[in-house]
Ligand binder design. Structure first.
Ligand SMILES: Cc1cc2nc3c(=O)[nH]c(=O)nc-3n(C[C@H](O)[C@H](O)[C@H](O)COP(=O)(O)OP(=O)(O)OC[C@H]3O[C@@H](n4cnc5c(N)ncnc54)[C@H](O)[C@@H]3O)c2cc1C
Ligand SMILES: *[C@@H]1O[C@H](CO)[C@@H](O)[C@H](O)[C@H]1NC(C)=O
Length: 405
């Protein structure tokens, strides 16, 4: 076991190699800045099958240089189809108001983010178990489960809903929502024949969604209230499939067929977690040279499908702010010459640029989640009213531009 004084010293360390951690490392790399990603799993993870990305997310992917590569694997989604089963099986179609929407496989996204990183940037099987401050250098001291100690001049926690880095910032932990989602992918080798719509069918507190990825692959999800037996069920993909079919017995036959068709290994069941929007208003995004990004900072229930795209935006803004301060302190982008003060300024700039954007996204997701899970008419009405005042353009969030790298 290494002692503290034998610790490995590093410039920028990122905890977590999910979408946000990888995107942050890539954004920094595009600016010529090295970083180290510590990921606890053994290889790249892509739990959750697929995700939808709206115009803001595609803009971020374009800035990262990955837009055209990822567009090749996915069809454009032209609009929405909504079916309220209490009122019959008629599909109400509405076109996409503006901008782009596509659904991509998560594995395609994480592989694209990782492939341009310099060899050795990602270290797998590195589980960070504690974060402390080194009072002498004011570096963050990370202890890993294998006894290794790493000192980081700048630490970025992209370690998801259960973030250990967030605890160091003393922000409140995320909360559990009463809702969960089952997700999967279904292949149709002969072509699925569906319109390129984001189709959603709703009956009481169950919603089933279907989005084509390409002409032979379809992403689907079921959103419903979480029940205690789900924790056991989520560990067994065969049980997830059976429970999914049971949950939607009153839904159209073709939706049941999609789930029947799905690849068992793509299935997962997850209870939503979120950060209360007011935590983002009051919380401090930085302590010393430590900050957080992605779900670690702004976990939100996926009703507006923006958690992943917001993580990509975070990555771009962090890299831009750091690059700017590094070049201010020395013209050649040498991170080693950047002072701790300048690093702190960069992270403050990041916090300043992101705060309002993240408050709005989490507020909108919070209200939609509340509206879905409450049985109180008063609460529902309050949410509708609040939405009508503050989120009149319900897809306005997808117009956001996080700016160039
Ligand atoms: C049902 C559902 C549907 C969604 N749909 C969409 C969508 O359509 N569009 C969209 O944009 N977003 C969507 N999201 C949100 C999106 O999935 C998340 O916002 C995104 O995955 C967050 O990425 P992240 O990298 O911040 O966190 P994560 O993906 O959770 O990655 C965190 C990583 O850190 C690692 N880690 C954690 N702790 C440690 C540690 N101590 N040491 C080392 N490594 C650690 C983990 O192993 C993991 O790899 C959805 C979410 C859910 C639940
Ligand atoms: C759809 O995507 C899957 C997974 O990437 C791929 O195997 C399949 O060939 C694609 N289909 C088409 C028509 O491009």
């Amino acid at each position: 076991m290494k002692k503290m004084n034998e610790a490995e010293e590093r410039g920028i360390v990122i905890v977590g190699g999910g979408i946000c951690g990888l995107a942050t490392a890539l954004a920094l790399h595009r600016k010529g800045i090295r970083s180290l990603v510590l990921e606890r799993s053994e290889c790249l993870r892509a739990t959750g099958a697929a995700m939808t990305i709206r115009a803001n997310g595609w803009r971020a992917l374009d800035h990262l240089g990955l837009g055209s590569l990822l567009r090749k694997d996915s069809v454009h989604i032209d609009g929405f189809g909504t079916m309220k089963l209490d009122q019959g099986t008629k599909l109400a179609k509405s076109p996409l108001s503006k901008g782009e929407a596509r659904c991509i496989r998560r594995s395609d996204l994480v592989e694209a983010l990782a492939k341009d990183l310099p060899h050795g940037t990602i270290r797998f099987r590195c589980h960070v178990i504690s974060v402390k401050l080194d009072p002498v250098t004011s570096y963050a001291v990370l202890e890993l489960n294998n006894g290794i100690v790493i000192k980081a001049k700048v630490l970025i926690g992209c370690d998801g809903v259960n973030s250990i880095v967030l605890r160091y910032l003393r922000m409140n932990p995320t909360k559990f929502s009463a809702t969960c989602a089952i997700r999967g992918l279904a292949s149709y080798p002969e072509g699925h024949g569906f319109d390129n719509l984001f189709t959603i069918a709703i009956k009481e507190q169950v919603a089933v969604g279907r989005v084509p990825v390409n002409d032979t692959l379809v992403y689907w999800f079921i959103t419903r209230l979480w029940i205690p037996t789900d924790s056991e069920m989520s560990r067994n993909q065969e049980m997830i499939k059976m429970s999914s079919i049971k949950a939607i017995k009153d839904f159209p036959e073709e939706m049941k067929q999609t789930i029947q068709n799905s690849d068992q290994s793509s299935l997962s069941c997850l209870r939503f977690r979120y950060r209360a929007p007011w935590d983002l208003i009051l919380g401090s995004f930085r302590k010393g040279t430590v900050t957080v990004a992605g779900d670690a900072l702004h976990a939100m229930s996926p009703f507006i499908g923006q958690g992943g795209s917001a993580s990509l935006e975070d990555a771009i803004v962090i890299a831009r702010c750091l690059a700017q301060k590094i070049s201010e302190s020395n013209g050649n982008m040498v991170f080693e010459k950047c002072t701790v003060d300048k690093c702190e300024e960069a992270l403050d700039q990041y916090a300043k640029e992101r705060r309002m954007r993240l408050i709005k996204l989490s507020m909108q997701s919070y209200l939609l989640n509340k509206m879905f899970e409450t049985s109180s008419l008063v609460v529902k009405l309050f949410c509708i009213l609040f939405m009508a005042v503050f989120f009149r353009d319900s897809a306005g969030h997808s117009q956001f531009d996080c700016g160039h790298l």
